[in-house]
Design a protein around this ligand. Sequence first.
Ligand SMILES: NC(=O)c1ccc[n+]([C@@H]2O[C@H](COP(=O)([O-])OP(=O)(O)OC[C@H]3O[C@@H](n4cnc5c(N)ncnc54)[C@H](OP(=O)(O)O)[C@@H]3O)[C@@H](O)[C@H]2O)c1
Length: 306
Amino acid sequence: MKQQDSLLLLLMKGEIKMSYVHVVTGGGSGIGKAVATMLPKEDTVIITGRSLGKLNKVAEELNENGHHIVTTTCDVSKRDDVRKLAQYAASLGTIKKVIHCAGVSGTMANVETIVRINALGTVYVNQEFYKVMNDGVICDIASNSGYILPNILLPSKKTYALALDDEEGFIKKMAKRAKIMHKEDVDVQFAYMMSKNFVRWYSSQCAFKYLTNKKIRVFSVSPGFVKTPMTEKEEGEGTENLLTYTALHRGAEAEEIAFLITSLADERCGYFIGADVLVDGGCVNNSYSMMTAAKKYDNKSLIEKW
Ligand SMILES: NC(=O)c1ccc[n+]([C@@H]2O[C@H](COP(=O)([O-])OP(=O)(O)OC[C@H]3O[C@@H](n4cnc5c(N)ncnc54)[C@H](OP(=O)(O)O)[C@@H]3O)[C@@H](O)[C@H]2O)c1
């Protein structure tokens, strides 16, 4: 019997398992790290981000526990980096799951960088992995912040569509909209909210085409406040106020979000396509809105207007 035939026989008998490749952007910390921990140990999991040291530390920790984690750097705001990442992943085997967690918050970067990383980064990840995958899952991480801006303040879908063929025009329009409140520090928060609203929109736009053409299931997940390095410095009145809107009066653990993500990415959730899951402890549905966020920034004019 040929070696190929005997391998096939063992596979059919379930005596050996086919191992796959999964990619977690932002896998060096927080939600991404928790996702990498929950993906099948027998598969190869590539974790990426900008700081190799951080990634290697996570890989070392998980590989000691039997995982097969490999690391490589990738700045998702650079299309070339993402293209190389996708090609590298494809060279290691069949890519099944791409969990796109990389992102920055409104306290970590300026408006342009937030838009480049969170919004354009998602376009690059989805588009470049679409080219190299033949089925599987792409899960984009948005945020409940993407739900709290009233429609009247959100950019038009025409502006969002610019991300696909006029990146500089898209950034300019998003930056202009972020300045709508004319208040320092509010523009970056606005940029974050808009970038995450964009992620949810873009993810849903990809879903039909990706599934129809390549059987790739695309969806998004929108967490509320999660205890990760991103939110470490976000203590104080604003955060306390936000947490009172959650039914449990606390932020989520990264593992609670990662379990949801990996469950939705499981092939048994095959009918879940193109939608977003809001996982914020009930915050938005308990009336957490732009007005409550505005209180955090003491923006009286917005509160009055609202
Ligand atoms: N924590 C929350 O409350 C919360 C709520 C809603 C949504 N989210 C979203 O959840 C995702 C994960 O965040 P987290 O809370 O787990 O925060 P985190 O621990 O800070 O993780 C974000 C990761 O993204 C990586 N990253 C940042 N910019 C990148 C870039 N340009 N290219 C590649 N990697 C980049 C960071 O690593 P490097 O700096 O080394 O690149 C970091 O490991 C983000 O998209 C975030 O917006 C978080």
